[in-house]
Ligand binder design. Structure first.
Ligand SMILES: Cc1cc2nc3c(=O)[nH]c(=O)nc-3n(C[C@H](O)[C@H](O)[C@H](O)COP(=O)(O)OP(=O)(O)OC[C@H]3O[C@@H](n4cnc5c(N)ncnc54)[C@H](O)[C@@H]3O)c2cc1C
Length: 377
């Protein structure tokens, strides 16, 4: 019997464990997921939380146990060391766990403290902070709202642009749009990494009177003067600053010496294997792959890895590889959204804003908890 150890029970870790548990019997494999919390949080719900949508608790978080196939063992513990040489993972309370196959799905962490003056800013990259931001927005009486990015890469590249469009919708519904100036500080020369998508987002922003600033890579904030400064020498005075915090790989990845740059694990872009360790796979935000840090990428990667490990255990040679696929819905408010579907070879085309994609986004939010996490779609 083989032991498959999955570290991280977020989007990618849950899907890979469920795919494997459906394919392999208990006699063939012991599948273990280690997660540092008993709760599974749906991060896309944070934006809606910040904007005061009345979400049910079950739309935001559920017990991880209820999301896993009954053949998966869940250990709630903190992984403190990953030793790929000696094939074990050290857990804070449980001790060492060895493995035949390891899937690292530890996601990313946010490090707001890396931007001087960040304490005055708000964000929607944790549930707690999204709730804090929702209170401030509720009490906001007017002025300049700057929405910026504290470092690249960060989770869900369209999220800050989407947030600007939804702010426009939020204040329009409150009948005070004329009292609010929305500024989007883009770290790129355009509004989105892909040119065709940027074209659509720019048009939308201009239609909505959202001011956007190209090449505004945030360097620091002066909390007293309420001014945000860019590395390029620009500055903007604000009344409310919303800033995506800088991201890094998980602590355990950095401390185990597996990460490069800000703690992202170098991985083969097709097989998702780590260096020469063919039994070690890495998926989702934890990788240094040239794809968006997104649940969609984690989802497609998890399915590939699940099938590859299954093939290996059952003596087949899997040729299945990850092609870099990402799909993404971006809500523009007023019941309109865009949809993108792209991969390593095929960049996205210019998307159209439509009600259909808005419904698509709502459907994904629902299907996440069942068919997506279950690994059936
Ligand atoms: C505001 C916001 C909006 C978003 N919107 C979208 C969207 O519309 N579409 C989309 O596709 N994506 C979206 N995302 C991104 C998406 O949520 C993430 O990219 C996705 O969850 C990544 O999956 P993952 O499995 O790599 O990591 P995660 O889902 O973050 O899971 C990592 C897990 O590992 C655990 N962990 C970490 N370290 C340890 C340790 N040492 N020991 C044990 N457990 C550990 C964590 O607790 C967590 O449960 C959004 C994110 C945010 C913040």
């Amino acid at each position: 019997m083989k032991r498959i150890l999955v570290v991280g029970g977020g989007t990618g870790g849950t899907i890979v464990a469920n795919v494997l548990a459906r394919k392999l019997s208990r006699k063939e494999a012991e599948i273990i997921v280690v997660n540092d919390s008993s709760k599974h949080i749906y991060q896309p719900a944070f934006i809606y939380t910040a904007l005061g949508y009345n979400l049910k608790e079950r739309d935001i978080a559920r017990e991880e146990k209820e999301l896993l196939n009954k053949n998966v063992k869940l250990i709630i513990d903190n992984a403190v060391g990953i030793d790929v040489e000696n094939r074990y993972v050290a857990l804070e309370r449980t001790g060492k766990l060895d493995y035949d196959y390891l899937v690292i799905a530890t996601g990313s962490r946010i490090v707001p403290e890396e931007v001087p003056g960040y304490q005055i800013a708000y964000h929607f990259y944790s549930l707690e902070e999204a709730r804090r931001l929702s209170k401030v927005l509720e009490e906001f009486t007017g002025g300049v709202i700057a929405v910026g990015i504290g470092g690249i890469p960060y989770k869900c590249p369209p999220a800050p642009a989407e947030f600007c469009c939804l702010l426009d919708y939020y204040f329009t519904r409150k009948k005070m749009r004329d009292k609010v100036e929305i500024h989007y500080l883009s770290p790129l020369p355009r509004t989105f990494p892909h040119e065709a998508v940027a074209e659509a987002i720019t048009e939308m922003m201009e239609k909505k009177n959202i001011y956007w600033h190209p090449m505004f890579n945030i360097e620091s904030v002066d909390p007293e003067k309420k001014i945000v400064y860019s590395l390029e020498g620009e500055s903007l005075k604000f009344d409310l600053l919303v800033m995506v915090p800088p991201h890094r790989g998980a602590k355990v990845v950095e401390e185990s010496g597996l990460g490069v740059d800000s703690g992202w694990i170098p991985v083969d872009k097709h097989t998702l294997q780590y260096k020469e360790y063919s039994e070690v796979y890495v998926i989702g935000d934890a990788t240094n792959l040239p794809v968006s840090k997104s649940g969609a990428a984690a989802h497609f990667e998890a399915k590939v890895v699940g099938k590859r490990i299954y093939a290996d255990i059952t003596g087949q040679k899997s040729k299945l590889v990850y092609d870099g696929r990402v799909v993404c819905f971006c809500d523009a408010g007023f019941r309109k959204a865009i949809y993108m579907d792209f991969n390593y070879e095929n960049p996205p085309k210019k998307p159209r804003f439509s009600y259909l994609w808005y419904l698509g986004k709502k459907m994904v939010n629902k299907l996440y908890w069942s068919l997506i996490l279950g690994g059936t779609i």
